[in-house]
Design a binder for this molecule. Structure first.
Ligand code: DGJ
Length: 734
């Protein structure tokens, strides 16, 4: 059982294998947060300490009239805090009532516990498959002063150790109200002195780990860019000071959403830590007419008492198996070559086919044509929106090119940027009002482009039609779905002034409808997400597309940091990674072919260069890489990942993958900068997740080691040169 209701004491215990979220209904009315952390077997003893929990406020705290002035919700933690009503910390929800004020009091009305989980309409989400041990609680609360219903939906994915939450507001009154702030999850923790861990960065520098002590007052990360953003990922963890990869308590939070978000903590003067995550209230407001409802994106809560490693493993498994969907969820993704860094806009059919031919000879399975094939696009200043082929470059059309690529024995993939529009395009000339803009204000461009107004149904329908047409007219097996600008100057001529604060979220809902329709219509196409690299690397996109171009930076050394950071939350199978030319085009760093391959193999692997330009030696290395890749792909994509050494902490990086059947183990060891002056810059590679009673042969050398030795003593390793790497493959022998 995953959700237990102690009827006598009115206490709910939402359980997973190792965690419990416990709350009670105080005096049959007020949902009070009691515990989130280690799994509690039962809740019968809680009542004995409840008086202590319901501690009175000080002279400075307002007290609740509804409860005979017994306590303040500033001291007592409510399950889903509202604004006012004696709690003056960051609320989970604030609603502008019809009389212009902003107070709510939601009290218990009813609840339902169901097996499995109900679908959330129009949003990405976790899902349940037959045989899963998942239960859901629908907790219905009611504000009978303003007649608003609030439904808190919790699902306990018992075996995945994840609790999800989404929230629905229903306006049951006959008057209009406006949601001003609505978090997907908010929990009060009694833990003190936690560290705040998050993934921050920039374009070409995404997902860098930052760990800082939480300060009294609190801290926030967010995105106001219309996408989840390269600056902050919609994830954070709160960790015990002593928590590391293997031990200590960690609370991880992730929002299954691709738009503006806020996530953070507030630590009050009695050191209660309130953690929250949801749609960013900045430039957000949602009007609900009488009878209308609003549902938030879903959040995942992930408690681990075995450090960050276990938190990541929980996230990897649920994202890979119960968020990602479709044909490619569990199967090996095709090995691809993308022409972007090989040619940029400068290509014609002959050049492309020459690259594709060489790719085929090397064992590559899919050739991807990137930007520049449509309209009159020879640079990035025009034609987005004009999704018809440029016959000057490609005289036999996309259809003809796809056939020629297929004839070489390769599948064919194509790049699109369906959400954007250039002012210099036929689409803009026909529909100048179809972009996100504010009437009378300048239309500020980013990379010479504007965003299509996906808050409007007719614009979404157009995108669905034009994409369907392209995908039906040629044999396209893969789509790279790019998006290269942040949302700014937000306005839509499809909506009234009082609805303009809904546009950023409506855009994302429109985008999800498009993605849902197209992925259902073309189930055999492998879609890869991309937003100037990793500007929309989130679990929302992964519900539709099983992999995302992790970063526009393809430099293997930068990627050691990016992929290490991203792995805090996202599985290897989600991280697209390519071998590109050296010196690297983004950072000008020269890195060996071996290292470029080893790092890219720890993602969904591919190449992004002209193989014809490689030296014989480099080609030999590529051929060798492809053989190794065949050997390791199922282990890295579907196995359990362990971070052994962090490049954020010292000069080495090491990632280990144990196959699902536990028979094979792959370790990627790399060095960033060799430290000067340290004669023995040696590291110890201590493996994890092995069978201590078994032996493992290191296939690279034939040496046999016991699992016990590898996990408890470890291998001494030394890499001599900056950026060097080694890929070790072990096989269990007995
Ligand atoms: C940005 C992407 O991230 C790149 O990989 C490439 O597709 C370019 N856009 C094309 O314009």
């Amino acid at each position: 059982m995953a959700i237990i209701f102690n009827e006598k004491d009115k206490i709910f215990n939402i359980q997973t294998k190792n965690s419990s979220l416990v709350f009670g209904i105080y005096k049959d009315k007020l949902p009070v947060m009691l515990h989130y952390g280690k799994r509690l077997k039962d809740t019968y003893d809680i009542k004995k300490t409840l008086d202590f929990t319901m501690v009175k406020g000080t002279a400075h705290n307002a007290v609740l009239k509804d409860f005979d002035n017994e306590f303040s919700t500033e001291i007592v933690s409510t399950l889903y805090p509202t604004y006012g009503n004696t709690d003056l910390r960051n609320p989970a929800i604030s609603i502008v009532q019809n009389n212009g004020t902003m107070c709510s009091s939601f009290y218990y009305k009813s609840h339902k516990i169901i097996k499995g989980k109900n679908k959330i309409e129009g949003l990405p989400q976790t899902y349940v498959q037959d045989g899963d041990n998942v239960e859901s609680l629908e907790l219905c609360l009611y504000d009978d002063i303003d007649n608003i219903e609030l439904i808190l939906n919790y699902s306990a994915f018992y075996d995945y150790d994840i609790i999800t939450q989404s929230v629905k507001v229903i306006n049951k009154s006959d008057k209009e109200i406006k949601i001003d702030r609505i978090m997907s999850a908010s929990v009060d923790l009694k833990h003190k002195n936690l560290d705040f861990i998050h993934l921050q960065g920039a374009w070409c520098h995404e997902c860098h780990i930052q760990r800082v002590p939480v300060m009294t007052g609190g801290m926030t990360i967010d995105s106001k860019r219309g996408c989840s953003s390269p600056n902050h990922n919609p994830f954070f963890a709160l960790a015990d000071k002593c928590a590391n990869e293997d031990m200590g308590e960690v609370y991880g939070f992730n929002l299954i959403y691709s738009g503006n978000f806020v996530a953070g903590v507030e630590v009050d003067s009695i050191k209660t830590t309130r953690a929250y995550i949801g749609i960013n209230p900045f430039n957000f407001g949602w009007t609900l007419e009488a009878g209308e409802s609003f549902t938030t994106p879903e959040a995942m809560m992930n408690y681990s008492c075995e450090g960050l490693g276990k938190m990541s493993d929980n996230f990897h498994k649920i994202i890979r198996k119960r968020i990602c969907r479709g044909k490619y969820r569990d199967i090996r993704r095709p090995l691809l070559l993308n022409n972007w860094e090989a040619t940029y806009f400068d290509f014609d059919e002959e050049k492309l086919l020459k690259i594709a031919k060489k790719a085929k000879e090397t064992g590559i399975e899919l050739f991807v044509l990137d930007d520049g094939w449509f309209g009159k696009r020879n640079t990035d200043n025009c034609s987005l929106g004009d999704w018809y082929v440029n016959k000057e470059k490609l005289p036999s059309g996309i259809d003809g090119l796809a056939k020629k690529v297929n004839d070489l024995g390769l599948k064919f993939g194509l790049w699109f940027e369906p959400e954007t529009i250039c002012v210099d395009s036929d689409l803009y000339r026909a529909h100048p009002d179809w972009c996100i803009h504010i009437e009378g204000r300048p239309q500020n461009e980013c990379r010479n482009e504007l965003l299509l107004d996906l808050s409007r149904d007719e614009v979404c329908d157009y995108v669905i039609d034009i994409m369907s047409k392209n995908l039906s007219e040629a044999n396209i097996s893969y789509v790279k779905w790019d998006m290269n600008r942040s949302m700014s100057d937000i306005g839509s001529c499809g909506f009234a002034p009082e609805r303009q604060c809904e546009i950023a979220h409506r855009y994302i809902l429109g985008l999800y409808r498009i993605m849902d329709t197209l992925t259902k219509k073309f189930p055999d196409v492998l879609f890869e997400g991309c937003a100037s690299g990793g500007a929309r690397f989130d679990a929302g996109i992964l519900y539709y597309f099983p992999q995302i171009w992790t970063s526009d930076c393809s430099d293997a050394v930068e990627r050691m940091f990016i992929q290490h950071g991203a792995s805090l939350v996202y599985p290897t199978s989600a991280m697209s990674a390519h071998v590109s030319a050296s010196p690297n085009h983004q950072v000008k760093r020269s890195v060996s072919m071996k290292t470029r391959g080893n790092v890219a193999m720890c993602g969904t692997f591919g190449y992004e260069l002209d193989l014809n330009k490689l030296t014989e030696e480099e080609m030999e290395e590529v051929n060798n890489q492809i053989k190794i890749y065949e050997d390791v792909v199922n282990i890295t994509q579907q196995g359990t990942m362990y971070r052994l050494l962090s490049p954020y902490e010292q000069s080495y990086v090491a990632w280990e993958y144990v196959s699902e059947d536990e028979q094979k183990v792959v370790v990627m060891l790399g060095i960033v900068l060799r430290q000067g002056g340290i004669r023995w810059d040696t590291t110890k590679l201590i493996l994890k997740g092995l069978d201590k009673d078994a032996d493992y042969v290191l296939e690279n050398t034939g040496e046999v080691y016991s699992g016990d030795f590898l996990m408890n003593f470890g291998l001494y390793k030394q890499l001599y040169q900056d950026f060097d790497t080694e890929l070790l493959i072990f096989k269990k022998v007995k």
